[in-house]
Write a protein that binds this ligand. Structure first.
Ligand code: BGC
Length: 760
């Protein structure tokens, strides 16, 4: 039917206006064309087009919108990125007003806090910006599992462990949604690499899929009821996730109880009709031809009206929850000052102290600092791509240390500032590192400096700090050379600084401004202290200073393993290296030659199966540089009085007493790792089942941390029986500082085996 014909027919049809109580009536009043319009977005950006026509931009820089049907009182709704804060355009034509958003610490950073309360508080502030800038859904959090360190978007994601990832994600969602706006938990599922992400087929065993790559999404859905979920670009076992009934309906809705909408990631796929049938309710950003496909399919009988109605009903249920539907008068003036404080607090609590020989930190009696590294000026607040945030400023390390009262070596400050300024306007002369779709800034590569130059900075300074930075982002994976591994220039800077300062009896601190894992084993002996600051958001420099000075005692712990070398990860043998697009013969893998094939860019075999991250290193006794959960403090903690009780229904309560045995106040995150009885399925030596963090404990103060684990959470997936199984027998409950450091443990017996079925 043409638009003109629709216009003629419409006045004769029922025209109820949508309320939260008349969804059935509105659905019944909708034409096929209107239904097909509502499940397809209005195109790239937040330009309203489609059935409503016009070209109004609702929120400049938002990633997409859903379409309005004014005659039925259905408004547009606005969807915008992304995980480290709201991504919209900071300036608009015709007004001097600015629309900056707060740049919060990235996903990997906040997961390192192991603190669900902290994350929820931070995203409460973030969600307020979503509401006050007129956006209905934040396209976040990203929570794909860190299968391999080289995934270009790991910085947006949380962890190599699904329990840590899922619980941090649930807290994130609860904080955002407490503002009356929604989230889109993404990218569901197994979007573990950027190379060929639009069609790569992730070939995963059923067990690894359920225990790892779906588990974190399951936890988020069960604990936080996200409004929406975003299906990923890739395929899983031969099928596009957005067309998978098993993923979108059987698992997500039938088994986990998801009641919101699923939207595609940004781009059309061939199978629009299949996506509707699978339970992918919304096509984003939406193209008119997708609407037409749906209309045609209903007309020729290949798509049932019942399937379409089901999705349309869910869309209407979503729309009535949105601020735009409720007519919320947003201010465009969120309290950015207050949110900056939340960003700084979250950043400090997320930093991980990796080394602190001779208690060089917190800095004591240090006034003059020689600050080395291009990253000290060109500080990375967050990664690139859709995860970038248009923030008003970034506090770099120079500013952070000066704000904290340190006196920086002027000649160094001047050198690095000029170098970075030059590089930014002459990127051909000084390469900009960092890969991906560069929304957000590329990073300046390290400046080569001579040994003599370094030596000349020793006399006038009390101590040296070397800042090493990394950036990456959407659209490309990271590289081993000069990225996972340090570059030759970085190595020489580090050794020159350490040699020169140590010779004079002065200390060296390394600050890592990174979004994901880098190699540390070969150089970590050199400096006296290493602080992993991650990409800590716009307040980064101040937050680093808070930790270096001891204003905040670091309590972050690694959410992933730092291996000795890249190839130690089992998944490295099936991770694409080189980023060549599909169809080039140069594409290669780490593995044996039989795998070096142009076709392999189209699929990735998850041959490591369940042996991801610490599950592999811990079980097979493989040496690591820093284990999962590692992180030092300026104080120390004793663990005592472990107890575990098993209730009649098999649910478990585990307690441990944590005492601050050192000299300054601090917080301690504890992981509850569980070893299953032998005899059943082959399992990792131990798996994280719960975690908790103490409040700030004064020296000598104690707190009981309590953990709850259900029998279902203890289960592993038995592929042959197609069900979750919890074996009976004696389990060991390990209370860990990290996965390799278990001060106390407790054995408890689960009397009856249990099993849990999954939907077909
Ligand atoms: C990304 C998503 C993002 C979307 C909208 C896609 O390219 O994969 O994470 O939400 O764009 O910007």
């Amino acid at each position: 039917m043409t638009m003109a014909a629709i216009a003629l027919v419409l006045p004769m049809m029922a025209q109820p206006k949508l309320t939260k109580d008349n969804i059935d009536e509105v659905l019944a009043a909708m034409t096929l064309e209107e239904k097909a319009t509502l499940v397809v977005g209005s195109g790239w950006g937040s330009m309203i087009a489609g059935i409503t026509g016009g070209s109004q931009i609702l929120v400049s820089g938002a990633a997409g919108t859903t379409q309005a049907i004014p005659r039925l009182g259905i408004p547009n709704t606005v969807l915008a990125d992304g995980p480290a804060g709201l991504r919209i355009n900071p300036t608009r034509e015709g007004t001097k007003q600015t629309f900056y958003c707060t740049g919060f610490p990235v996903g990997t950073a906040i997961a390192s806090s192991w603190d669900v309360e902290l994350v929820e508080n931070m995203t409460k502030a973030m969600g307020n910006e979503v509401l006050e800038y007129g956006v209905d859904v934040l396209l976040a959090p990203g929570q794909n599992l860190h299968r391999n360190p080289l995934c270009g978007r790991n910085f947006e994601y949380f962890s190599e462990d699904p329990v840590l990832s899922g619980n941090i994600s649930a807290a994130y969602v609860n904080g955002i949604q407490s503002n009356g706006v929604g989230v889109s938990v993404k990218h569901y599922a197994a979007n573990s690499q950027e190379t060929a992400r639009d069609h790569n087929d992730a070939q995963i065993s059923e067990r690894a899929l359920r225990e790892l790559y779906l588990k974190n999404f399951e936890i988020t859905v069960r604990k936080a009821s996200p409004w929406t979920v975003m299906s990923s670009y890739n395929k899983v076992n031969g099928e596009y996730t957005q067309q998978s009934y098993k993923l979108l309906t059987s698992a997500l809705r039938n088994d986990w109880g998801f009641t919101g909408i699923v939207m595609t990631d940004w781009g059309a796929k061939d199978g629009t009709v299949k996506a509707v049938q699978a339970g992918n309710d919304l096509m984003e950003p939406g193209m008119p031809f997708e609407t037409q496909r749906i209309i045609d399919a209903v007309k020729d009988g290949s798509l049932s009206m019942a399937d379409l109605d089901r999705n349309v009903r869910r869309m209407l249920e979503y729309i009535v929850r949105t601020p735009r539907f409720k007519g919320y008068k947003y201010s465009d003036k969120p309290d950015l000052k207050a949110h900056a404080k939340a960003a700084r607090a979250a950043a400090t609590e997320s930093m991980v102290l990796l080394k602190n020989d001779g208690s060089v930190l917190p800095l004591d009696g240090v006034k003059n600092i020689a600050l080395f590294g291009a990253t000290s000026v060109d500080f990375v607040a967050g990664g690139t791509g859709s995860g970038n945030v248009n923030k008003a400023y970034v506090v770099n390390m120079v500013q952070g240390l000066e704000n904290a009262g340190f006196k920086l070596d002027e000649s160094l400050k001047d050198f690095y500032q000029k170098y970075v300024d030059f590089a930014k306007i002459n990127p051909k002369d000084i390469p900009l590192g960092g890969t991906g779709i560069l929304l957000g800034e590329a990073k300046v590569e390290e400046a080569p400096v001579t040994r003599a130059f370094v030596e000349s900075k020793v006399a006038g300074n009390d101590l040296a700090i070397v800042v090493i930075g990394r950036n990456s982002g959407e659209g490309a994976d990271r590289q081993v050379e000069d990225d996972f591994d340090l570059s030759a220039t970085e190595r020489s800077l580090l050794s020159n600084v350490c040699n020169a300062f140590h010779l004079a009896g002065k200390k060296v601190v390394v600050v890592l401004n990174i979004g994901g894992v880098i190699e540390t084993a070969s150089w970590k002996a050199m400096p006296d202290a290493i602080l992993c600051a991650w990409q800590p958001g716009q307040e980064g420099g101040d937050a680093v200073a808070d930790v270096l000075t001891g204003k905040v005692n670091p309590s972050g712990k690694l959410p992933m393993t730092f291996p000795v070398q890249f190839t130690d990860h089992k998944s490295s043998y099936n991770f694409p290296l080189g980023n060549e697009p599909s169809g080039t013969s140069a594409f290669s893998f780490m593995g044996d030659n039989t795998r070096t094939s142009v076709n392999h860019v189209d699929y990735t075999k998850y041959e490591e199966d369940i042996w991801v991250g610490y599950r592999y290193f811990d079980t097979f006794g493989k040496e690591v540089s820093y284990p999962f959960g590692f992180g030092l403090s300026y104080t120390s903690f004793d663990y005592s009085k472990p107890t575990v009780t098993v209730a009649k229904d098999g649910s478990i309560t585990a307690n441990v007493l944590v005492t601050n045995s050192g000299k300054v106040a601090g917080k301690e995150a504890v992981g509850l790792y569980v070893s299953a009885p032998a005899g059943g399925l082959e399992k990792p030596a131990k798996e994280l089942k719960a975690f908790a963090k103490t409040r700030l404990l004064a020296p000598g103060e104690s707190q009981v941390l309590s953990f709850k684990v259900t029998p279902y959470e203890l289960a592993s997936f038995n592929e042959a029986a197609n069900r979750w199984e919890t074996a009976a027998g004696t389990y060991t409950f390990c209370f860990g500082r990290n996965v390799n450091d278990i001060p106390v443990q407790f054995k408890a017996t689960v009397k009856a085996a249990q099993s849990f079925s999954v939907s077909e």
